[in-house]
Design a protein around this ligand. Structure first.
Ligand code: GAL
Length: 371
């Protein structure tokens, strides 16, 4: 039934695009996409970065002549599954998916495979399925290292490349560590990269995790939720710092988590300045860029969503043309079924000193937006 429906829709689409051609067609429909539909599934609008991602992917696909069905699932897994089902039913010729939980799409992607629809995993790896064609993301292990290096840099221990600096303080510094959502493949990559950078300093006694919470499971934050992080930070401050000692650094893997940590610290009586801890982040979200300028957050990791969109759109065009997209990693992203060929982009540490160079000069945010 579904196949008949898809065939009917596809035939309909052909008639429409032939009609468009006979009338001369629009500039965009004459481009690579030829008016074909691409489904774009994004996790949530509650985080600014995914809004930026969705906008960039849609604009770039449309510029290539595709029609776009862009959907957000508000972090609800069944909603995302049914949105993807819908895209398949509507006759999407390709899918670009940033999953909520990377392990929950196995069945719906089997349906996509049955309809011969290629799937691009966007930023987050889709796991436990052979039915993903390519993966576009950043070097997530390196992002984790950058997060740790930004904390170490704020404490005066390394430069922004992670190289030791002369005359570094001996410490010991108290740090606490947060991880991302355990159902997101990226979270362990960020954590592993960060741990490898922090480990020598923990082993040397320069850094002390006073709560003793050093396992990924203890540090994980389901759905990257800021309030969950805030509660955990409050609990840690109560259980491990009520003797008056201060936390000097907090490893945070995402700006929304950093904002939760900042709220917990403020509520516990910390004020920016001398005893305010060094806090990392990720995504260069606008509120967090403002927090970097005001000194509440030390750093974020900038991942240019426009470039990620370009990588995913180029993959889509190449696959639909029957070609092979460019990849630069064919070893690190095993999804439990196979190593998914990947294109990984570079990320950058942003601190107060380079906010303008990195974010304003590149046109990601304007000076007015940052304020
Ligand atoms: C990750 C992503 C991060 C951050 C986080 C929370 O998958 O790589 O950049 O956005 O989700 O949304």
């Amino acid at each position: 039934m579904k196949k008949i429906l898809i065939a009917t829709l596809a035939a309909g689409a052909m008639v429409v695009s032939l009609a468009a051609c006979s009338q001369g067609g629009s500039a965009s429909e004459d481009a690579a996409g030829g008016g074909a539909l691409v489904g774009v599934a994004m996790p949530t609008k509650s985080s600014e970065r995914w809004i930026q991602d969705g906008k960039a992917v849609k604009e770039q696909l449309e510029a290539e002549g595709f029609k776009v069905d862009l959907q957000y699932a508000e972090d609800d897994i069944p909603t995302q599954v049914s949105q993807i089902e819908n895209m398949i039913t509507k006759g999407a010729e390709a899918l670009i998916i940033a999953s909520i939980d990377g392990t929950t799409l196995t069945q719906v992607l089997q349906d996509a495979a049955d309809a011969e629809i290629p799937v691009i995993a966007y930023d987050r790896l889709i796991r436990d399925t052979p039915n993903v064609s390519y993966y576009a993301s950043f070097d997530n292990y390196k992002v984790g290292q950058q997060q740790a290096n930004s904390v170490l840099n704020g404490l005066g221990l390394v430069d922004l490349e992670g190289e030791p600096v002369d005359g570094a303080p001996a410490g010991p510094f108290n740090i606490e560590m947060f991880a991302g959502s355990p159902d997101d493949n990226n979270a362990t990559f960020f954590w592993d990269g960060a741990q490898d950078a922090l480990k020598p300093f923990i082993e040397a006694g320069t850094l002390v995790v006073k709560s003793g919470q050093t396992d990924f499971e203890q540090a994980a934050t389901l759905r990257w939720d800021g309030e969950t992080a805030q509660k955990r930070m409050e609990n840690i401050l109560t259980s491990s710092y009520s003797d008056g000692t201060k936390v000097n650094g907090v490893l945070s893997p995402y700006d929304g988590i950093s904002r939760g940590i900042i709220s917990a610290l403020t509520d516990a009586g910390y004020t920016t300045g001398e005893e305010w801890p060094v806090i990392s982040g990720q995504d260069a979200e606008l509120d967090s860029v403002k927090a970097i300028n005001s000194g509440e957050q030390f750093a974020t990791i900038f991942k240019d969503t426009r470039k990620l969109a370009t990588a995913a759109v180029e993959m889509t065009v190449a696959v639909l043309d029957g070609g092979k997209p460019e990849v630069n990693n064919e070893k690190d992203y095993d999804n439990g079924e196979f190593v998914v060929p990947s294109y990984l982009l570079d990320s950058q540490i942003v601190v107060k000193d380079n906010v303008n160079d990195v974010l304003v000069d590149s046109g990601y945010w304007t000076e007015e937006e940052i304020g």
